[in-house]
Write a protein that binds this ligand. Structure first.
Ligand SMILES: CC(C)(COP(=O)(O)OP(=O)(O)OC[C@H]1O[C@@H](n2cnc3c(N)ncnc32)[C@H](O)[C@@H]1OP(=O)(O)O)[C@@H](O)C(=O)NCCC(=O)NCCS
Length: 135
């Protein structure tokens, strides 16, 4: 984890959970990165944190909001920071903040590009919701 990751972690953004490079196949016809690519990886990043907290299977039950504040371009390194914002009986909400590093930028020279909140439910092997374990 770099200095800027540590700084963001201290500022409550959450932990860097997924980091990807945006590739040409991820672009839309305008040449920018497709919003669905960002949402898909944000969902995966949130699920990683939820899976760890639940210590077992989780499924996505809702997306509360998703905002795109800046475009993402081919070659950007995109980091998905995650933080649990609410824990219920079987569900938990993870806020995901997405930052891009442009080609040539110093490592960790982040531009915020998107954010959203995902709700996950802890399920058993039959897909039935079950109570989250104690911490
Ligand atoms: C997740 C699922 C098992 C929940 O079914 P259920 O147990 O009958 O649902 P409930 O109404 O009892 O809700 C369970 C929890 O989810 C929460 N919840 C349900 N729908 C929600 C929604 N749209 N947004 C936010 N929270 C929601 C409830 O508030 C409850 O939380 P709590 O236990 O912490 O209080 C079922 O909806 C399902 O299988 N959905 C499909 C999941 C899926 O395939 N996702 C896409 C691929 S990962």
């Amino acid at each position: 984890m770099g200095d800027n990751d540590q700084r963001l972690l201290r500022s409550d953004v959450g932990e860097p959970t997924v980091r990807m490079m945006a590739m040409p196949k991820d672009a839309n016809w305008l040449g920018d990165i497709f919003g669905g690519w960002l949402m898909s990886h944000a969902d995966i990043a949130g699920a990683v944190l939820a899976y760890r907290r639940a210590r077992g299977k989780v499924v996505t039950v809702g997306v509360k909001e998703f905002d795109f504040s800046s475009p993402v371009y081919i070659g950007d390194v995109v980091t998905f920071f995650t933080r649990i914002t609410r824990t219920g009986r079987t569900s938990l909400t993870v806020h995901v903040r997405v930052f891009a590093e442009r080609p040539g930028a110093l490592p960790g020279d982040y531009i915020e590009v998107a954010s959203g909140s995902f709700v996950y439910v802890h399920v058993d092997d039959f897909g039935k919701s079950v109570q989250l374990p104690e911490l």
